[in-house]
Design a protein around this ligand. Structure first.
Ligand code: GLN
Length: 487
């Protein structure tokens, strides 16, 4: 088996046991990047030399961390000191990060190796990675299709064996949906579990950094490392981080899971629905009691999200004014004109749409009708989750309403927004949610199951996801290289 087909836990075991050198690992992944990048285009920048340097230094080190030698790809809206952080936007095209995100520092402290920065929808706004200002990333399972988004580059890199694991960010589903589209595992942690320090803000009350990995075990390991207080994000919960890898392996016992009433999944792709039903049966086999539940606010979660997220974005993106960061338009005769030209040419269409939507929703006269109402709706969604979790341990849904769609298929922004119909609720309520591969469409595209848990119950999510992964045996064909070779 080639090194690039291995996940984070396997690699660090080999490196720790000195069976392979970190340098060999990094070289193998860089070769794989060279082989696959022309087709997949997952990376905005590859940091081969830095990664090799890091690896060589690590090979000389005595006590190695728990991610020793693991090549990790990082979404380009998460800062790594000295590397570019474009956010997929022209406005930050040449921006070099002056410091590292907390999550990145924590990974570095465990001797992970940063192999490059991955493509995304501009400022993480999108569900297909087509909104990147630079190029479109392709789904490694079918190059005519999107990898999902906005963390599409991170998901594709892991699926194509170009990185052993990756970091993404999830504001409304951007880790989980691309994970589902690319057949990898993706977690959005509880809001307040992982520091947002060094994550470029999109919608601050929803954003969380989360891992994309080949296995549930790797997901637990990475979450463990990046979680916990850092004193630099005031929304971070000051609570100890449990040993997720240990909790994952604890006996699950009987459990209760809520699934959505038929009317909420009526309109989704029939194959996805079938796979979803089959997976619910598997959950029963694992000792689950399934309870059909109505979530009356579920259908309002998406419109609510698309008021709150653009509103926060319109305020967060005000900082790109041609003065403080990145790009400035070369021709202008006064300050106003400089702002105007810089922002007009620096931002892409979707980002401008969101800024306009958000500014509108926050303007006096419309604030009560939109932003305030969305805030109240968010409360309803949250309360419904609280009520559900008083009764059940998990809420399970399909991760996305369909498998990966063809590049260019969703020109209408609303059609694109519908891709998030199952994922935004967990962000609004702040709950942790994981996407686990659970089956294949007839065309050979991966389909994911989303498992949502109560606040700070990531350990419980890993427990169930770990068992499910074994049951659906997706884990044997963890990535495209194996899968293609084995067929
Ligand atoms: N697709 C959603 C959006 O466009 C979610 C993005 C995200 O989670 N960053 O806003």
């Amino acid at each position: 088996m080639s090194l690039t087909s291995l996940g984070a836990s396997e690699i660090r075991s080999l490196v720790a046991a000195k069976e392979v050198k970190a340098e060999e690992v990094v070289r193998a992944f860089l070769e794989q990047i060279e082989r696959r990048e022309l087709e997949v285009a997952a990376f905005l920048s590859v940091e081969g030399e830095k990664a090799l340097e890091q690896a060589k230094a690590l090979d000389r080190k005595k006590d190695k961390g728990c991610l020793a030698g693991v090549p990790i790809a990082v979404k380009d809206n998460i800062l790594i000191k000295g590397m570019r952080a474009t956010c997929g936007s022209r406005i930050l095209e040449n921006y070099v990060a002056p410091y590292s995100a907390s999550a990145v520092e924590k990974l570095a402290a465990e001797d992970a190796i940063f192999i490059g920065k991955t493509n995304l929808d501009e400022f993480a706004m999108g569900s297909s990675t087509e909104n990147s200002a630079f190029f479109v990333t392709r789904n490694p399972w079918d190059l005519s299709r999107v990898p999902g988004g906005s963390s599409g580059g991170s998901a594709a890199a892991v699926a194509a064996g170009e990185a052993a694991a990756a970091l993404g960010s999830d504001t409304g589903g951007s880790v989980r949906q691309p994970a589902a589209f690319c057949g990898v595992v993706g977690l959005k942690p509880t809001y307040g579990r992982v520091s947002r320090y060094g994550l470029v803000a999109y919608a601050s009350s929803l954003d969380q950094i989360g891992p994309l990995t080949k296995t549930v075990e790797d997901c637990a390991l990475l979450t463990q490392v990046i979680s916990g207080p850092d004193g630099r994000d005031s929304t971070l919960a000051d609570r100890p981080v449990p040993d997720f890898s240990k909790e994952m392996k604890e006996k699950l016992g009987p459990f209760k899971a809520a699934h959505l009433k038929e009317k909420l999944i009526e309109k989704i792709d029939p194959e996805v629905k079938n796979i979803y039903w089959k997976t619910l049966n598997s959950l029963q086999d694992l000792g689950g009691e399934l309870i059909e539940m109505d979530f009356p606010s579920w259908e309002y979660a998406l419109p609510c999200y698309y008021i709150i997220a653009p509103s926060e974005a319109s305020s967060n993106l005000a900082r790109y004014d041609g003065v403080r960061y990145g790009y400035r338009h070369p021709e202008y005769s006064n300050l106003r004109e400089m702002y105007l030209k810089t922002r007009t040419s620096g931002f892409g269409e979707e980002v401008k749409r969101r800024i306009l939507l958000g500014t509108f929703a926050l303007s006096s006269g419309y604030y009560d009708a939109y932003y305030l109402k969305a805030g109240r709706t968010r409360q309803l969604v949250s309360r419904e989750f609280d009520r559900a979790f008083a009764e059940v341990d998990y809420i399970v849904t399909p991760t996305a309403p369909e498998p990966a769609f063809p590049v260019g298929a969703k020109k209408d922004p609303i059609a694109m927004y519908l891709s998030d119909m199952f994922t935004v609720s967990a962000n609004l309520a702040g709950c942790p949610a994981i996407s686990v591969p659970c089956g294949w469409s007839r065309e050979g595209l991966p389909v994911g199951l989303q498992v949502i848990g109560n606040h700070f119950q990531e350990g419980r999510l890993f427990q169930l996801a770990f068992l499910l992964e074994k049951k659906v045996k997706f884990g044997n064909n963890r990535n495209i290289i194996n899968w293609k070779e084995e067929r």
